[in-house]
Design a protein around this ligand. Structure first.
Ligand SMILES: Nc1ncnc2c1ncn2[C@@H]1O[C@H](COP(=O)(O)OP(=O)(O)OP(=O)(O)O)[C@@H](O)[C@H]1O
Ligand SMILES: [Mg+2]
Length: 253
C-alpha cells in the first residue's frame, strides 16, 4: 500500500485506509461555510505541530492575516509554527499582501490574483521557493475557484489547473485544493475538469433539515484506494473538524 499522510481530521483517516496517499492532489469541494478553509488549516497545522511535516497555505482568496486570526479560535497558532520554520503562507490574495509576517516570495511581488501580470507559473515558482524555506510536503490552495476566475474559458482553466497539479506533483507535495461547490451539486459537472484531474475528491455537504444544518462528508474518489462510500456526518467543534464514521446522516423514518 502506498505511503499515507495523516489528515489530522479526527475520524477521517480510518475511512481512507489510514490517510491521503502521499504525493496526491485532492480536490475538497464544498459550498460557502462548509468548512473548507478550516479543513485545510487543520491539515497543515496538525501536520506541522503533531507530525513534524512542513506545510504551505497558498492564499488566493481570504488574506493570510484573516485566516490566522480566525484559526486561533481552534487553538491553532500559525505564527508559532511559522516561527518554528514548519509553515508558511504564500500570499497571492489581492488584499494586504505586504502584511507583516506574511511571506511574499520574490516571484510573486507583482503577480497577485486579479492583476494582469498574474501567472500560474509564478505561483508554482513561489510555492517552490517557500517549500525550500520550510521543507514543506503538505500544501493547501485556497481556493481553486478564485484561481479559475482568473481565466476566460474552460480550456484555459483546465490547462492551468493541470499545470498547477503537475507542479505540485513534481514537488512531491500532498496537496488539498479547495473549491466552491455553490449548489451542492451531486454530479460534479461544474467541476468536471478539476474533479477528473485530481487524484482524489472529497465533498463537504450541508443540508437544511428543519431548523438546523446537517453536515456530511463524502469521499467521492481516491484513485487506488478502498475508501468508504458512506456519507458521514461531520461537525465543526472547538477543536476543528471531526468526522463521525459510526453515525448516520439521516435517520430513516
Ligand atoms: N468555533 C467554532 N465552532 C463551531 N463552528 C464554527 C466555529 N468557527 C467557525 N465555525 C463554522 O465554520 C464555518 C466557516 O468555516 P470555513 O471558513 O472553514 O468555511 P469555508 O467553506 O472555507 O467558507 P467560505 O466559503 O467562506 O470560504 C462558519 O460558517 C461556522 O459555521
Ligand atoms: Mg474559505
Amino acid at each position: 500500500m502506498s505511503e499515507r499522510v495523516k489528515t489530522g481530521v479526527k475520524g477521517l483517516d480510518e475511512l481512507i485506509e489510514g490517510g491521503l496517499p502521499k504525493g496526491y492532489s485532492f480536490l475538497l469541494l464544498g459550498g460557502p461555510g462548509t468548512g473548507k478553509t478550516t479543513f485545510g488549516a487543520q491539515y497543515l497545522f496538525k501536520g506541522a505541530s503533531e507530525f513534524g511535516e512542513g506545510g504551505l497555505y497558498v492564499a488566493f482568496d481570504e488574506p493570510p492575516i484573516s485566516i490566522s486570526t480566525n484559526m486561533l479560535r481552534y487553538g491553532w497558532n500559525f505564527a508559532d509554527v511559522e516561527r518554528q520554520g514548519k509553515f508558511s503562507f504564500v500570499d497571492v490574495s489581492p488584499m494586504k499582501h505586504d502584511a507583516k509576517g506574511t511571506f511574499v516570495p520574490a516571484t510573486l511581488q507583482q503577480s497577485f490574483i486579479g492583476s494582469p501580470k498574474f501567472s500560474i507559473d509564478n505561483v508554482i515558482s513561489a510555492i517552490g521557493e517557500a517549500k525550500r524555506k520550510v521543507n514543506a510536503t503538505r500544501c493547501v490552495v485556497d481556493s481553486l475557484t478564485a484561481l479559475t476566475l482568473q481565466f476566460k474559458d474552460e480550456f484555459e482553466i483546465r490547462q492551468q489547473t493541470m499545470n498547477l497539479i503537475r507542479g505540485l506533483t513534481e514537488m512531491d507535495m500532498t496537496a488539498i485544493l479547495l473549491a466552491e461547490n455553490p449548489e451542492d451539486r451531486q454530479d460534479m459537472t461544474k467541476y468536471g475538469a478539476e474533479a477528473f484531474l485530481a487524484q482524489g475528491v472529497i465533498v463537504l455537504h450541508m443540508y437544511r433539515v428543519e431548523e438546523s444544518n446537517v453536515r456530511a462528508l463524502e469521499v467521492r474518489k481516491i484513485r487506488g484506494v478502498k475508501h468508504t462510500d458512506r456519507l458521514c456526518p461531520y461537525r465543526i467543534t472547538a477543536e476543528g473538524i471531526e468526522v463521525y464514521p459510526e453515525e448516520t446522516v439521516f435517520r430513516s423514518v
